[in-house]
Design a protein around this ligand. Structure first.
Ligand SMILES: *Cc1c(COP(=O)(O)O)cnc(C)c1O
Length: 354
């Protein structure tokens, strides 16, 4: 039995893996594989449509918001967002809360002025800044809702009169938010939604078409909206697998049911980190991520033995990111609570052995 704590690509529901692999052999008794199917066939257009409808339903979105499935990963959104929303003479506001935020900032600077309204960089990103103001005239305000590498998360979404743009790659569908209030949300699928190769974008169409410059065809969200994410060949298999995950999510009770479970999982692990004499975490308590739990050992010479110990018991993917060190246990939607309980037990038995 393997317990998969990978940060991304990461664990998917077992049912989804089973259905996706069956479709690779034979899609719905069609005699052909999903990998061999044209994207403009009725079979696939209905998959795309169902994925879109499920996102809208799960996020409780209205007719202003469009759902897109694009290529290029969340990293392409770092440039696509400013290309569509930032006028060269204007500025965009960004919160710098980690590596992914700073990469987004770097790209935005290619298109206009960037106002970094707050940063936790000096503290090695162990918290979310809470004292800042966003200028009224900023074209939009960009946040990274969950910082995958450092294990921090905005517990409440900052109130702003600006268009709010969020990179939700590592916590999308993990907790209930008022998604309608966002101008644009993007997420690489490979953390909480599906396999690598597709990026979900949710955009309020009323914010588009305001920049004066010409946008390359493939970069203009409006073209993807009018073509239903089929401006060119979409990543058919990745979209299909996302759709299966969205179906699974709905059956499991939707985002609020997931949130409850995710809270339980995170509480279990943080309680053990706080209780266990061997472990600690640098992350500010108020900002602890419920998706990526980063922690270290007080005696760093024990880290390698602990890693070997959990590995022997089938725990996969808890080595920390090279920038933050220590450990990182990712508790995405598909990770069962039993895996978290198991990791906690291993932490306890390792403590007893010392
Ligand atoms: C993983 C991640 C990214 C990068 O995603 P790609 O799809 O690999 O480009 C961006 N932002 C956040 C918050 C992430 O966790």
């Amino acid at each position: 039995m393997v317990h998969n704590f990978n940060a991304g690509p990461s664990i998917l529901p077992k049912e989804v893996i089973e259905q996706a692999s069956a479709a690779v052999i034979d899609y719905n008794n069609s005699g052909i594989s999903i990998l061999e199917m044209g994207h403009r066939t009725p079979e696939f257009t209905s998959v795309m449509e169902e994925a879109r409808v499920l996102v809208k339903e799960l996020m409780d979105l209205g007719s202003d918001h469009e759902v897109l499935f694009l290529h290029g990963g969340a990293s392409t959104q770092f440039m696509q967002v400013p290309m569509n929303l930032l006028n060269p003479k204007d500025s965009a506001a960004y919160a710098d809360t980690g590596v992914w935020s700073s990469k987004a900032i770097k790209e935005a600077k290619l298109f206009g002025k960037v106002d970094v309204v707050c940063s936790s960089k000096e503290r090695n990103y162990i918290d979310i800044p809470n004292d800042f103001a966003v200028p009224n005239d900023a074209n939009y305000f960009h946040i990274t809702t969950n910082n995958t590498i450092f294990g921090t998360q905005w517990q409440t979404i900052p109130k702003t009169s600006n268009i709010l743009v969020a990179d939700m790659s590592s916590d999308v569908f993990s907790r209930q938010l008022d998604f309608k209030t966002f101008g644009l949300i993007y997420a690489g699928a490979q953390k909480n939604l599906g396999p690598a190769g597709v990026t979900m974008v949710v955009v309020n169409k009323n914010i588009l078409g305001k920049v004066k410059h010409t946008i390359p065809t493939m970069m203009d969200y409006r073209n993807h909206i009018s073509e239903g994410s089929m401006l060119n060949t979409p990543p058919v298999f990745a979209v299909y697998t996302c759709m299966l995950t969205l179906r699974w999510l709905k059956v499991k009770g939707g985002i609020s049911a997931m949130e409850q479970l995710n809270n339980e999982k995170a509480t279990l692990l943080y309680n053990e980190i706080d209780r266990n004499e061997l472990f600690s975490t640098q992350v500010a308590k108020k900002d602890r991520s419920k998706m990526n739990v980063c922690f270290t050992m007080k005696d760093s010479s024990l880290e390698k033995p602990f890693l070997d110990f959990v590995k022997q018991h089938g725990v996969v993917g808890i080595k920390g990111h090279r920038l933050s060190g220590g450990f990182r246990a990712s508790l995405y939607n598909a990770l069962p609570i039993s895996s978290v309980k198991f990791l906690v037990e291993l932490m306890q038995s390792f403590e007893q052995k010392q």
